[in-house]
Design a protein. Structure first.
Lengths: 141, 220
């Protein structure tokens, strides 16, 4: 599978490394050249030598998405720090590039829920944290 | 009319002020605390503090009863999302979005956010208007309706120069709607003769520009 990940923060780079380790083709797009260091971290050799791809560019720009290989992508992960950026580029991946599996990280539970109803697959870490807190409290009470 | 404006920058603030002066009810949403406090001194209850891409902020501003939502923040993603939610979640019939980076324009189109206003495009239009050597000036583009209005100055060498309107073989899907001559405009009739130096306004389907240039602006 070809996995394209936009946003190499803690989540994006960790998912990138684990997908590469599982033998998938992985391409990462991030606007910050320094984010490459996160991809290298913990690897025996560099990210590229291990087989990964890295492109510097804005996820919202179609040309950057193309350069990162969106035309061949089977999976598209939107994990930049901006909810709105993630929701916009996820829709671009779906509607413009017909990527089969598109997943967006959305911190705001309201937007994550509503866009999920509109057909954008969203992952909401905030909702996860809320329910973990709730069950932790229920356990001790 | 009740209008919700997202983004209290120069555009949003002035727009709010103008609309209030014209008697409309306005709520402006600004997410920077300091900027909000500055605006609040003038607009008072007509400005609210918060992130206009958050639903509860939009709902607190009464978006459900808005007749028009204007998204003029400095972030194109935010403007897209605000208009998308306004239309699809809150059933607001009319939205206007600002495009900050003209390269993002196609994203607005792709996600059905229209109409849009781009300062870069507007200035470019003005430049084209002021510099007639461009031949053909776009006055209005209705993207969704696939209709354009262009202005073209008739050159002496143009096939249309000296011809009656009825004789000019306009491309299918285009129509002369007005002629500007010596500073005055009029709607031409079939026997109006088009002269070199006239400025002709043409309504057309997109893509017919070359045909119009070939008729009116040869040698421009």
């Amino acid at each position: 599978m070809f996995v394209l990940i936009v946003g190499a923060g803690r989540v994006g780079s960790a998912v990138a490394q684990s997908m590469l380790a599982r033998g998938h083709e992985v391409s990462v797009l991030d606007h910050d050249p320094l984010s490459h260091e996160r991809l290298d971290a913990g690897l025996a050799s560099s990210w590229e030598e291990t087989g990964g791809r890295f492109t510097v560019g804005q996820g919202i720009e179609v040309e950057a998405l193309r350069e990162a290989g969106i035309d061949e992508a089977d999976v598209f992960i939107a994990s930049t720090s901006g909810d709105n950026t993630n929701l916009v580029i996820a829709q671009v991946a779906q509607k413009r590039f017909n990527v089969t599996t598109v997943i967006a990280r959305v911190m705001d539970p309201a937007r994550a829920t509503w866009y999920a109803e509109q057909g954008v697959r969203t992952i909401c870490p905030t909702l996860q944290a809320i329910s973990m807190f709730e069950s932790a409290i229920v356990e001790v009470s | 009319m009740y209008v919700v404006i997202a983004g209290g920058g120069k555009v949003g603030w002035n727009l709010a002020r103008e609309l209030i002066d014209k008697g409309h009810e306005v709520t402006l949403i600004e997410q920077t605390r300091r900027r909000y406090l500055t605006i609040e001194e003038e607009l008072e209850h007509a400005v609210q503090y918060g992130d206009a891409t958050e639903m509860w902020v939009l709902e607190r501003a009464g978006i459900q009863r808005a007749e028009l939502v204007v998204a003029v923040t400095g972030d194109d993603e935010d403007n897209i999302l605000i208009c998308q939610m306004a239309r699809e979640k809150y059933d607001i019939p009319r939205t206007i979005a600002r495009v900050n980076n003209p390269r993002n324009r196609e994203l607005f189109d792709l996600l059905g956010v229209a109409p849009v206003v781009s300062a870069t495009d507007l200035i470019l239009r003005l430049i084209e208007h002021e510099v007639p050597s461009f031949g053909l000036v776009h006055l209005l583009d209705l993207h969704a309706e696939r209709l354009e209005i262009v202005e073209v100055e008739v050159t002496p060498a143009a096939p249309a120069a000296g011809k009656r309107v009825a004789e000019i073989q306009m491309p299918e899907g285009s129509l002369i709607i007005s002629v500007l001559r010596k500073g005055a405009g009029f709607v031409p009739k079939a026997d109006t003769v088009i002269e070199a130096g006239d400025e002709v306004l043409v309504v057309l389907d997109p893509g017919l520009e070359d045909g119009i240039t070939g008729l009116f602006a040869v040698g421009a």
